[in-house]
Design a protein. Structure first.
Length: 280
């Protein structure tokens, strides 16, 4: 029975091949070539369409912002942590969300003040606790971050791992920063002047600015009840002094943007700001 079935299947296959062959033999070679050409064109169009569709889909997927993905993941994780009643994990995720929000806003603030006062460079420096002595004395350090530069005047950045391999702008001990003490003790909490004047207060900091080509700076100290949070500063390159606005304009801009930066420098202030925007 199996042999009969096998024979029948083979007979049908051979018959089908013969039918196709006889059909093709009867077609003139020119028409046959045209048919083959049309088939190839259709296959090529189909392949191109599939490739374009795949690339568009990949592009659309890649355009999903990293921030959106992070936010979605965090929200899911927060919900899971809340359901598990894991307050420590929940707090860590919330702090991470605040950090992302702070980074984005501080970058914007630095760029905005750069443009408003037509500076060559803007920085928002952050203070942090680094190490403790054996006597439990807290050493504070300063990192200069959120650097923005005037690209229209070809000013290059100086902060960051690749640009600052010697870490001149990272983990600067506040004990080695006379300008930091000056700003803390100065009633109006700002400094505005040339690097020559700055060198009388803090020679090393002034020399570093001069080595970067800067000749004029304005700084504003941000704190919360004596707790150092940041120094926001704008600088102008040697030869670009003509772009410096009058001192009143510069100081006003520093104070304005310091106030805008404050909630993103202090978690308690951040939480209060969010509560005022979203009262429950």
């Amino acid at each position: 029975m199996k042999d009969n079935n096998s024979t029948t299947i083979w007979d049908k296959a051979i018959t089908a091949v013969k039918t196709v062959y006889n059909f093709l033999v009867k077609i003139p070679i020119s028409k046959f070539c045209k048919v083959i050409l049309y088939v190839l064109i259709i296959l090529a169009i189909y392949s191109v369409f599939n490739w374009v569709n795949r690339e568009v889909n990949i592009g659309a997927f890649e355009k999903v912002s990293e921030k959106t993905l992070k936010t979605t993941a965090k929200e899911a994780f927060i919900e899971g942590a809340a359901n598990a009643d894991s307050m420590k994990v929940l707090q860590k995720i919330k702090e991470s969300s605040i950090s992302d929000d702070a980074d984005n806003n501080l970058n914007d603030i630095s760029l905005n003040i750069l443009n408003e006062v037509d500076a060559d460079r803007s920085l928002i420096s952050l203070f942090h606790d680094g190490k403790y002595t054996s006597g439990n004395i807290d050493f504070k350090f300063m990192n200069e971050c959120y650097e923005k530069t005037a690209k229209k005047r070809n000013i290059t950045r100086v902060t960051g791992y690749c640009r600052d391999p010697n870490k001149r702008y990272e983990d600067i001990p506040t004990r080695d920063l006379p300008i930091y003490r000056y700003l803390r003790q100065h009633k109006e909490e700002y400094f505005l002047g040339s690097t020559q004047i700055l060198s009388k207060i803090d020679p090393e900091y002034a020399d570093r600015m001069i080595s970067d080509g800067m000749s004029f700076t304005a700084m504003y100290y941000i704190h919360e009840d004596g707790l150092p949070l940041s120094i926001i500063s704008v600088n102008w390159k040697r030869g670009n002094e003509k772009f410096i606005p009058d001192s009143t304009t510069v100081i006003k801009a520093l104070k304005t943007y310091a106030a805008k930066a404050f909630p993103y420098l202090y978690i308690e202030a951040y939480n209060k700001m969010k509560q005022s925007l979203n009262p429950t």
